[in-house]
Write a protein that binds this ligand. Structure first.
Ligand SMILES: Cc1cc2nc3c(=O)[nH]c(=O)nc-3n(C[C@H](O)[C@H](O)[C@H](O)COP(=O)(O)OP(=O)(O)OC[C@H]3O[C@@H](n4cnc5c(N)ncnc54)[C@H](O)[C@@H]3O)c2cc1C
Length: 453
């Protein structure tokens, strides 16, 4: 007799854990099983810091489903290999089978493998996989390499490059675009971020294409560039994007979108009854356009997981999906940088007009205090109604939460006119001066552009 669970979650990353925690917290009596293929997990966003700040010790970046287990959730380490949507059965690699009432795909994503670049399968070609055993091995191996080439200057490639270069390795970062971070940031902030990275020991090569990985005895030896130049390499790390793990979903009969992500509605429900999906494996919607896009972030994954958890047994929180804002932050060479929502590039691509304004001030007051950093806020507003549709911030650590205020403003369509009377708590040791709050001052500049000029 097969055991039946009210909810079975396939996956063990942030989306699976938050779905499990939400269901067990709000539906205490429901039985929930999480099936995850690896026993140990890690904080995905902390992976780059294993390579230096955490002393090459992956153990210090472990993450697991304890909060879910503490609420009464069950976890099984195994791989789901088959789903029969008619019998509502899941079959695991070990042969064990379960019946589900509701099934959640939280199967995440894996690094994109560049099979179009000859030599990609050589030994010492690596990826930033979200796998604890793989990253633990990789961190140990990395300390033995002198010349490391990282391909891809998105935030993951850049963060890993910065950390590896802080050890003794010669690290070269190759990016095909003229600037690093260009998918995450506006051209202005991408230039600032690229500059911050170039002031570390990382050797950055932008507008550069990799043609081939050259080997000797099946081992990486050099990287051949499109212009014919060769770079010595003991190891190559490809960081050129992530692809959804949706093979099982496809075999189950779920509809996938053109990016291969599981098609879901505002509540995470797939096209098959009682099967839902969230996180990197599920379709994301642009908050302005409603079009599917490929933003894969933990911020998105966990928001989708909470939405799904609350609504899994019927809609309880109506229209709670805001669309994907793409709110994201990073720190390179002690400069914190963050973005949310639209910028010049994404707005132009979507045919949406925007106005922008920025303001800089010290993040403490008076500016003569010892731990002061400059804080710059750039806001993007719609000229149609003055609503905030994007923002960026850079400076000291406060940037990490400043962008979350901007994200809330975007999600709630707060206008620049409303921000004029925005009341902020201030303290000399904690915040900018109330006279020069950068969010308010940038908003006032936008009020001027819309109403006075
Ligand atoms: C180096 C790095 C840094 C990042 N930094 C940030 C950041 O700073 N901020 C941010 O917002 N985002 C960041 N991200 C993105 C973020 O990590 C992902 O968006 C997030 O991990 C998605 O969570 P998920 O649970 O959907 O998928 P995943 O984390 O990919 O987890 C999916 C899980 O499902 C398991 N699984 C898959 N198939 C099966 C199966 N058939 N049976 C059982 N188990 C299965 C996998 O083993 C895996 O554990 C970063 C990503 C990386 C790689």
């Amino acid at each position: 007799m097969m055991k039946t669970y009210d909810v079975i979650i396939i996956g063990g990353g942030p989306a699976a854990i938050v779905t499990g925690v939400t269901v067990k917290k709000f539906f205490k009596d429901k039985s929930v099983l999480m099936i995850k293929e690896e026993a140990d997990g890690l904080v995905p966003c902390g992976i780059p810091y294993i390579f230096h700040l955490l002393g090459n010790d992956a153990e210090k970046n472990k993450m697991g489903p304890k909060p879910f287990i503490d609420l009464g959730g069950e976890v099984l380490v195994d791989t789901a290999v088959k789903v029969d949507k008619d019998k509502k059965e899941v079959t695991l690699k070990s042969g064990v089978q379960f019946v589900y009432e509701k099934l959640v795909f939280a199967t995440g994503s894996h690094p994109t493998v560049p099979d179009f670049i000859p030599g990609y399968e050589l030994q010492n070609v690596f990826y930033i996989k979200k796998s604890y055993p793989y990253i633990r091995e990789l961190a140990l191996k990395m300390s033995g390499f002198k010349n490391i080439v990282i391909v891809g200057g998105g935030f993951i490639g850049a963060e890993v490059a910065e950390q590896l270069a802080a050890s003794d390795a010669n690290v070269t970062l190759i990016e095909s675009e003229p600037l690093c971070f260009s998918k995450a940031f506006s051209p202005e902030l991408s230039a600032i971020a690229t500059d911050a990275l170039s002031n570390t020991r990382v050797n950055i090569m932008t507008s550069t294409l990799v043609k081939e990985i050259l080997g000797e005895n099946n081992m990486v030896k050099q990287v051949l560039l499109a212009d014919g130049k060769k770079i010595d390499a003991d190891a190559v790390i490809f960081s050129i994007g992530y692809t959804a793990n949706t093979q099982l979903a496809k075999e189950t009969g779920l509809e996938l979108n053109r990016y291969g992500d599981i098609h879901v509605d505002n509540y995470g429900r797939s096209t098959i009854r009682d099967i839902s999906a969230c996180g990197d494996c599920a379709q994301a919607f642009g908050f302005l356009t409603g079009r599917s896009n490929v933003i894969k972030l933990a911020s998105t994954a966990t928001a989708e997981a909470r939405t799904l958890g609350h609504n899994i047994f019927g809609v309880r929180i109506k229209k709670c999906a805001a669309g994907t804002l793409g709110v994201f932050s990073t720190e390179i060479n002690n400069l914190a940088m963050a973005a949310a929502g639209a910028n010049e590039n994404s707005a132009q691509e979507a045919g949406v007009s925007l106005l922008s304004a920025k303001f800089s001030s010290p993040d403490r007051h008076p500016g003569s205090l010892s731990d002061v950093s400059s804080l710059t806020v750039k806001l993007y507003a719609s000229p149609v109604d003055g609503s905030i549709i994007g923002g960026e911030a850079w400076g000291g650590k406060s940037v990490g939460e400043i962008i979350n205020i901007i994200s809330m403003a975007i999600q709630k369509s707060i206008t620049v006119f409303e921000l004029v009377s925005y009341q902020v708590g201030t303290h000399p040791l904690l915040t900018s001066s109330p006279v020069n709050n950068p969010i308010i001052r940038a908003a006032e500049e936008l009020v001027y552009q819309i109403s006075y000029s």
